[in-house]
Design a protein around this ligand. Structure first.
Ligand SMILES: Cc1cc2nc3c(=O)[nH]c(=O)nc-3n(C[C@H](O)[C@H](O)[C@H](O)COP(=O)(O)O)c2cc1C
Length: 350
């Protein structure tokens, strides 16, 4: 379809926002007559996704998507209005309408181009107070940020992440989703979605281990006889302990809070990356708390419930919900950036 340079650049900018496991579940319905774009869950391409249109992960991703879009408009001084459709759980979307479509410039802001996930270890250097103050000031609706820098606080959170990871590594559908999104070979990576294995910080032999435990029956055997889930969880929690700062994006329990959580997360992420900080999200705690509230936990994981609930209440000193946990610090190395689907796969005509 015909699409102006400006709308094309807008879509490229919002496509660069993060999505869970780079699953990119969002599509863009362009209305040239109205100069508008409707961003929502792609029911055709992503039908049957484990993290579907009603998932918290999608809601967060859509919020981050709008945040990039508004950055793009701000960068180009582009008058716009947007409306979020959040009444129907299966149809969270937003429509942005531009007052004109005649801008000569349509570059993508550098902060959007520069944002990325860095899963490697970070330097131990403390982050400047000034930067932390700005990062913790971001808020939207009822969503705000708490940043933990003290060793005792990070220890408490690491213990919680460890517990949530133990739960995750014992849950077959989460295991299978990981392998659905993992891209191990150059041909798979060329598909431009999912998690390129090169973006994951694996120890020597890690790739082999990941291939070995792909079969859930094998993982389940190792869990049962060797406590494999405990070992994997310990590795996950270790990086939290060692990080100079952990940001928790938290708010109410509503769907709109998840969406606003995505906006706040992205604001923090863009600011952190453009000021030389690396960022690594840890969704595992939120994911398990969501599963608990939706009552989709396996029976054997129920004993974890009260520990997780009490633990997060203690850390946040309230019953607020953690929409995302992010490890933040100065990077030790540059990392490969993940790819995005070509535009013809994600754009539709109204
Ligand atoms: C809802 C959500 C959950 C995520 N959870 C994790 C996570 O638990 N661990 C992780 O390493 N990255 C996580 N990510 C980061 C994505 O994997 C990452 O954004 C995506 O692969 C695209 O890469 P990029 O951020 O470098 O553009 C999450 C992102 C979102 C939006």
């Amino acid at each position: 379809m015909e699409i102006s340079g400006l709308l094309r650049a807008y879509i490229q900018s919002v496509q660069l926002a993060p999505t869970a496991d780079n699953s990119q579940p969002i599509c863009y319905t362009v209305n040239n007559r109205e100069h508008s774009i409707l961003s929502g869950f792609d029911r055709d391409r992503c039908a049957g996704f484990f993290l579907g249109s009603d998932s918290h992960a999608y809601q967060i991703s859509l919020g981050a998507n709008l945040e990039n879009g508004l950055r793009f408009c701000h960068h180009h001084n582009l008058a716009n209005r947007y409306e979020v459709y959040d009444k129907d759980i299966n149809n969270l979307s937003y429509k942005i309408t531009f007052n004109n479509d005649t801008e000569a410039e349509n570059d993508i802001p550098t902060e959007i181009l520069g944002r990325h996930t860095n899963r490697w270890p970070y330097k131990l250097d403390a982050i400047s107070e000034e930067l932390l103050t700005v990062c913790s000031s971001f808020a939207e609706g009822d969503v705000s940020i708490t940043i933990l820098t003290q060793p005792d606080d990070r220890k408490q959170l690491a213990a919680l992440i460890g517990l949530a990871s133990e739960m995750r590594f014992q849950t077959p559908e989460i295991h299978n989703w990981l392998y659905e999104t993992l891209r191990m070979t150059p041909t798979e990576v060329a598909g431009n979605d999912g998690l390129d294995i090169k973006t994951i910080a694996l120890p020597p032999g890690g790739k082999l281990l990941l291939s070995f435990i792909k079969d859930w029956k094998r993982m389940s055997f190792l869990n049962h006889y060797f406590g494999m889930y405990k070992m994997m969880a310990k590795i996950e929690a270790q990086a939290i302990l060692a990080a100079p700062a952990i940001a928790i994006v938290h708010g109410g329990h509503y769907r709109r809070d998840a969406f606003d959580g995505g906006r706040v997360m992205e604001r923090l992420w863009l600011h952190a990356n453009s000021n030389g900080l690396a960022v690594h999200p840890y969704y595992v705690l939120t994911d398990q708390l969501v599963r608990m509230s939706e009552q989709t936990l396996m029976e054997k994981l129920k004993p974890y419930e009260s520990k997780l609930n009490q633990g997060i209440q203690k850390i946040l000193d309230s019953d607020r919900f953690p929409h995302m946990v992010l490890r933040v610090g100065y990077p030790k190395r540059e990392v490969i950036k993940s790819k995005r689907l070509s535009m013809d796969l994600v754009v539709k005509s109204a």
